[in-house]
Design a protein around this ligand. Structure first.
Ligand code: MTE
Ligand code: MO
Length: 402
């Protein structure tokens, strides 16, 4: 357990005036915050960016200002003085309203958890055959400590707990909206929400700091082990309901579609929404095509491994000869929790052999979780037109110098 590891801020960017703010006050993105310059930007409006993979794994807890940002809409401006969280049960005419001070009065709780977008590593899928979505590399993932109140404690205030049988879903509504006032809303199963070992949090701190605007100020939901999309930022409303949320984001997006699905004919509403994520790993150092020095016949590779649903990583295997021989990585950092409450990633290092005179080498990585789930070997059989859930073996090719 290394919860008190120092977080190194990478410079203060918040004091700089946003260029967009000066350019156009009618721009709905004019009041978005300034972002750290190391982020590789996929889109500016809405902002989507990820850090370089080599930097990402330098620390177990990802510094807040280089943590990937995935926004669908402009970042809302929330005033703590007037902020209110509404908690409601469907068809019951009673709304519980909590202001920020009310929330602070509930017991404080910290969870160490990794957050990952369903589109992480989509760019590799895009190379196999074109897919639809942001071209994420392997860094739309990050690990942090999240501090706030337990969702179970908030639900108790409206009489909802693990004895509640009439309802099956919890909807979370964000305060971000587009010009047509569509807001970001999704849901998770009530069973995850009322499970005290599910560790679902309404977080107001990230790595010991108030949550920044990009990451959901003042309150965001953290659903450990569950796809990034359900971790609603700028939380404004919680609704207990019989059915899953009917929003675009719950019904038309964030679904694992079959490899040969025809986008013009598929009925997305019939497919299951992505909730728990599968096991994944990535080699972050060296990067693809990098020149690497061979030392005594070995090269050193580093990366992360993680699994959804609270499953702990039990092994990471690497090969430099197309899978004839596999080498087991050493874990540099893994939290001491057991499955199914192991929410943080595992950082690993491996020394892998290369042959003398070899000019390039392909390195593959795969992780195994506590359920002995492993990763599919190729993208070919999991490819889908949305580019979701790419957890195939991670493969990089590097150039060698001796
Ligand atoms: N919550 C709101 N309100 N609006 C959003 O656009 N994006 C979701 C989720 N929560 C989103 C949101 C998606 S798809 C992901 S992957 C995570 O937030 C990203 O969280 P981060 O930007 O803090 O890394
Ligand atoms: Mo996402």
């Amino acid at each position: 357990m290394l919860l008190n590891e120092t977080i190194f801020p990478l410079g203060n960017v918040s004091e700089e005036v946003s260029k967009h703010a000066l350019a156009d006050m009618t721009d709905p993105y004019a009041h978005d915050p300034k972002r750290h310059k190391v982020l590789h930007v996929h889109t500016e409006k809405p902002f989507n960016g990820e850090p370089p993979a080599g930097l990402l794994i330098e620390q177990f807890y990802t510094p807040n200002d280089i943590f990937y940002v995935r926004n669908h809409l402009p970042v809302p401006e929330v005033d703590l003085e007037t902020y209110e969280l509404e908690v409601e049960i469907e068809n019951i005419d009673k709304i519980k309203k909590l202001n920020f001070a009310d929330i602070l009065k509930l017991p404080k709780y910290t969870v160490s958890a990794t957050l990952m977008c369903a589109g992480n590593r989509r760019s590799e899928m895009n190379k196999v055959k074109e897919v639809k979505g942001l071209n994420w590399g392997a860094s739309s993932i990050g690990n942090a400590t999240w501090t706030g109140v337990r969702l179970v404690d908030v639900l108790k205030l409206i009489g909802v707990d693990d004895n509640t049988k009439e309802y099956s879903h919890v909807h979370f509504e964000g305060l971000d909206r587009d010009t047509a006032s569509n807001l970001y809303t999704v849901s998770i199963p009530l069973s995850k929400a009322v499970n005290k070992d599910g560790d679902v949090l309404l977080a107001y701190e990230m790595n010991g700091q108030p949550i920044s605007r990009d990451h959901g100020f003042p309150i965001r939901v953290i659903v450990p082990g569950t796809v990034g999309a359900r971790n609603v930022k700028w939380l404004g409303r919680i609704l207990i309901a019989k059915d899953e949320c009917q929003s675009h984001w719950q019904q038309k997006d964030y679904k694992g579609v079959p490899p040969s699905a025809d986008p013009s004919r598929i009925n997305l509403s019939k497919l299951a929404s992505i909730q728990d994520l599968p096991v994944i790993s990535a080699i972050c150092k060296p990067s693809n095509e990098e020149v690497v020095k061979v030392e005594n016949g070995f090269i050193t590779v580093k990366g992360y491994a993680w699994s959804g649903g609270g499953r702990k990583i039990i092994r990471v295997d690497l090969t430099t000869d197309g899978g004839k021989e596999w080498h087991v990585a050493n874990f540099d950092h893994q939290i001491d929790h057991e499955s199914p409450r192991h929410w943080s990633w595992t950082l690993w290092t491996a020394k892998v052999p290369v042959s003398k005179g070899q000019k390039t080498v392909e390195v593959w990585a795969k992780a195994i979780d506590s359920s002995y789930n492993s990763q599919p070997d190729t993208i070919d059989n999991i490819w889908n037109y949305r580019g979701f859930l790419n957890n195939a073996f991670h493969r990089i090719r590097v150039n060698l110098t001796f």
